[in-house]
Design a protein around this ligand. Structure first.
Ligand code: ARG
Length: 461
């Protein structure tokens, strides 16, 4: 491409470090779409003849076809996807191909291609996360009443319901989708026509190419246009946070499926056996989902460091944005799909959950609240009295609702048998009716509202 100035070929190692075709060939569909928009605009502006552009468009369509059928031979000596496509175009349409690069550069090309690619992936994530939310809503609704221990410090704290626990993730994923949507909004300005860095002297119509490619508008500064990678940084940051959410849930699945907890069961579909220990059923999909966050957060870190301190405008450093991004986005897609599968597959063991919900004096707060409500005790005093009752139950190895009334009355004589109405996990969760609380009626209401929202959004689009 630059044989005018150069006489010798690059060193083998130069070619190796320089070439990106090995990974950026993924951008071929976007590269062709952007070239078609550019060519059509050049014709409309009278910069190229209609005849040349007709040839170019036909040739580009043929290349896309060849790529889809796996027939395109990419060459490392042609460096990247942009030059591979252009070179193939030259073989197909001859002379006219050389005119396509008028008023553009690989710098605005790659920024445009990558934005188009990332935008597609963002749309894919939105749909995939919505599907995961729906799977959670389904499970939550089915088990809105199933009591289980709620934990703080991974110590039994207060009873909650299984449905309420799952709905917590629906909220997290909603924020994740919000972050992706936000990144998409800011991404959606078209760099094409910024050319190498300074714009062009040709009378191009940047609004036309922007519109043809589904962008809201062209980027307003040519230097910024070719040197900006915020769109992928933001996407990776959002992906990293999503991956953190998935890893937290995956960790819970790992814990819940242990013999010691036994809170849920995963079927053969989402577990593996051991080659030596016949009794084993391992939650590998959950473990790998838990692990993916490493690559995803790593990709974000990696690109931050690549971009740090880069002077304007384009530098070849920025070619390093792609491999880590592809890997991170692929990893997230896989993790979301695996999690969606596991959620549909998991069955809570309601008996085990019920027994665990009642252990660890988990309704102690309910007892203290009862003392406040019925005996008008200040909460601090109620906390103290309850502590003494818990100690008495613990000494006798009894659950709170198994401790005889007279033992409670020995500590606080005004306690009546009514207290037993609040000491079971079922009564405890039922009473948590404050907005956002775990009461089954709340959970059902939230699940229904989410189902409506998700169905409405998927019908729209
Ligand atoms: N392969 C390059 C990249 O991914 C394309 C842009 C190259 N531009 C240049 N002036 N060498 O960034």
């Amino acid at each position: 491409m630059w044989g005018g100035r150069f006489t010798a070929s690059p060193a083998e190692i130069m070619e190796e470090i320089n070439a990106s075709i090995g990974f950026d060939k993924r951008l071929a569909p976007q590269d062709i779409a952007a070239s078609k928009a550019h060519a059509a605009m050049l014709a409309a502006q009278g910069i190229l003849t209609k005849a040349d552009v007709r040839e170019i468009l036909k040739g580009l369509d043929q290349i896309l076809d060849e790529i889809t059928r796996g027939e395109m031979a990419f060459e490392r000596s042609l460096e990247d996807v942009h030059m591979n496509v252009e070179s193939r175009l030259k073989t197909i349409v001859g002379q006219a191909a050389g005119r396509l690069h008028t008023a553009r550069s690989r710098n605005d090309q790659v920024a445009t291609d990558f934005k188009l690619y990332v935008r597609d992936r963002l749309d894919g994530f939105d749909a995939a996360l919505a599907a995961l939310q729906m799977a959670l809503v389904d499970k939550a609704e089915a088990h809105a009443d199933a009591v289980m221990p709620g934990f703080t410090h991974l110590q039994p704290a207060q009873p909650v319901t299984f449905g309420h626990h799952l709905m917590a993730y629906v909220e997290m994923l909603a924020r994740d989708r919000g972050r992706f949507a936000d990144a998409r909004r800011r991404l959606n300005e078209c760099p094409l026509g910024a050319a190498a860095l300074a714009g062009t002297s040709f009378p191009i119509d940047r609004a036309m190419t922007a519109e043809a490619l589904g962008f809201d508008r062209p980027t307003a500064n040519s230097l910024d246009a070719v040197s900006d990678r915020d769109f992928i940084l933001e996407t990776l940051a959002a992906a990293a946070i999503t991956a953190v959410h998935l890893s937290r849930f995956a960790e819970e699945i790992v814990i819940w499926t242990t013999a010691q907890f036994g809170f849920i069961t995963l079927t053969d579909k989402f577990t593996t056996g051991s080659s030596i220990m016949p009794q084993k059923r391992n939650p590998d999909a959950a473990e790998l989902t838990r692990a993916k966050v490493g690559r995803i957060a790593g990709a974000f870190q990696s690109l931050l460091i690549v971009m740090k301190g880069l002077p304007l405008a384009y530098s070849k450093d920025m070619q390093e944005d792609k491999e880590v991004a592809f890997d991170a986005l692929d990893s997230l897609e896989l993790a979301v799909a695996a999690m969606t599968g596991m959620v549909a597959d998991m069955e809570p063991n309601v008996e085990v959950l019920r027994a665990a919900a009642g252990s660890g004096f988990s309704t102690a707060t309910d007892l203290a609240d009862w003392l406040v409500r019925v005996l008008k005790m200040p909460f601090r005093e109620a906390h103290h009295v309850t502590g003494r009752i818990v100690a008495a139950a613990e000494a006798r190895k009894l659950a709170l609702d198994e401790l005889p009334l007279k033992d409670m009355q020995a500590i606080e004589p005004r306690i009546s048998k009514d207290v037993f109405n609040v000491l079971s996990p079922e009564m405890s969760v039922k009473s948590r009716v404050s907005y956002g609380g775990t009461a089954p009626q709340n959970v059902r209401k939230m699940a229904r509202a989410w189902r409506k929202r998700l169905e409405k959004a998927s019908a729209k689009g």
